[in-house]
Design a protein around this ligand. Structure first.
Ligand SMILES: [Cu+2]
Length: 184
């Protein structure tokens, strides 16, 4: 009888411990994007991954972030995934003879040693293909980034309005003035 009670009490304690662990894990995931929206893998630091909101019915969207490399060797962003997209491609936008063109970069984007790669409107970007849902401002979605040397890191993309992150210019250059137009 006493043994049964003890066993029941123990089991309840285990349940409670399990619940606390799960709650802590959920809490961490919920807190991370709101505060330190920054990720580290190896010598790489990934700053403020974000995506631009999309109008209803849009099938593609753009993803942006800055990657800093504090290492002595160059690395390469070779692929990415996003839970809201069927697949993700790495693109470069450029203006050629006055016409804006976009091309896929099969080898991805280099992050130079002791340097950085910027994926920003008007230049390098992640092309979110086959969107499963419209991207709504204020929400966020999970994704992964894979680097040739550093490996794969889980990130969360924050969905921003048409003008991009407010005041921070993708969290990098606090002094640039974003008037909602591509700057490079
Ligand atoms: Cu593109």
């Amino acid at each position: 009888m006493i043994r049964n009670l003890l066993r029941r009490a123990l089991r309840r304690t285990e349940d409670r411990v399990g619940f606390v662990i799960v709650a802590a894990a959920l809490g961490l995931f919920a807190i991370q994007p709101a505060f330190a929206h920054e990720y580290k893998i190896g010598t790489l630091e990934i700053e403020h991954p974000w995506a631009r909101m999309t109008p209803a019915g849009a099938k593609v969207g753009g993803g942006y972030l800055t990657i800093e490399n504090e290492g002595k060797e160059a690395d390469r962003l070779v692929s990415a995934t996003a839970e809201v997209a069927g697949r993700v491609e790495i693109h470069e936008m450029s203006v050629k003879d006055g016409i804006m063109t976009m091309r896929m970069l099969p080898d991805g984007v280099e992050i130079p040693a002791d340097g950085e790669a910027r994926l920003a409107p008007g230049g390098f970007h992640l092309m979110l293909m086959d969107l499963k849902q419209p991207l709504k401002e204020g929400e966020s979605f999970k994704g992964t980034l894979t680097f040739a040397k550093a490996g794969t890191v889980d990130v969360s993309f924050k969905i921003e309005g048409m003008g991009g992150p407010k005041g921070s210019d993708a969290g990098h250059d606090g002094h640039s003035h974003d008037h909602g137009m591509p700057t490079n």
